[in-house]
Design a protein around this ligand. Sequence first.
Ligand SMILES: [Zn+2]
Length: 405
Amino acid sequence: MRLLHYASRPDALRVPVDRVSVVASHALTEEPYEVDVATVPARIRKSELSARPGWFLHPGWVDLQVNGFNGHDLNRADLDTTTCLQVARELWREGVTGFLATLITAPTAQVRASLRTLAGAMRAPGEASTSLLGIHLEGPWISDRDGARGAHPAEHTVDPDIRLFDALQDAAEGAIRLVTLAPERPGSIAFIRALRARGVQVALGHTLASRDEFRAAVAAGATLSTHLGNGLPATLPRHHNPLLEQLANDGLAATVIFDGHHLSPALTHVTLRSKGIDRLVMVSDSVSVAHLPAGEYETAVGERVRVETSGRVSLGDTGYLAGSGSSLLDCVCFARQSLGLPWPTIARLAGTHPARYVQGRRGTTRSWTLIREREAGAVEVAATVVEGRVVHVNEAVWNEKQRSR
Ligand SMILES: [Zn+2]
């Protein structure tokens, strides 16, 4: 039997060639597609045959908010190229074909150094750099108030200053694609206009802005709320609060963390209803301890975080969420199993909608996530294809397919 060797994988997986093709249903259009991941580039084309039940081909999943994963931390002070590329490889197993490396508020010198490292990683040869679609800068232009700032250190938050942004974008070699800021900080509105003029997307988050401030930010070009429903104090005024204002503002799409921890069932329902699917983007907001065993860990900035068996990640003894312990795949499973969302909807939330925010740099039209669903919500990634290259094949899924033939 001829074995296929995937050289891009560090563990050099070998899969029998005759097993790695299937007719899957396109998750958006529901048309049958023949998918063969034994070829380079992968052969993916419409088929006359009917799709095999439980197999779905998604436009590549894109995660706009990744702080780290499985022990690899993009926010550590001494970030290196290996870590950046390893996060990309880890995410292939989760079906993620592209992501924005997300840097949170930190001392300026550290942020600048990390941006240089990320820019270098994006230039590195190989497929891993292709998955690095750019950088999401979450801070330092956010609220310094407890609750709103979340796990961001208050002392390093600052008022917007386009000269600082330009210096950071310079260090990043133009790779900063998205900035999350709090529009109540002085100078925000002119700053948002300047970012948009530079082709950078603006999201609002970790904010206590008023109705008028949100409206002014949207008029200036902000289009997105970051992890809506989070980055907020535990208690809010019942009518006039930043959560309701963002839910009510039709100029704002929103990223949501569908991990079962970041939104209550009621808030999930209200968010789906008020934003509508067209204005929602699924993100993981995964942190370095995501997918590590339950226990206590010390982060690179010296904070103690607790990972629970459910995957919930909280900060020290505060109980506050400190990013998420989930991948985009976990969020997809939650959306499918607990929210009962249909595949065309999930394909938009995890694939085509986030891709809108990274268009223009590296296209995602040749990136695919092939999944197998045994029962509602029991989803496995069968293969991940980045820019036509097969970067991940889940041997167990294909062997199982062979047995069930
Ligand atoms: Zn955040």
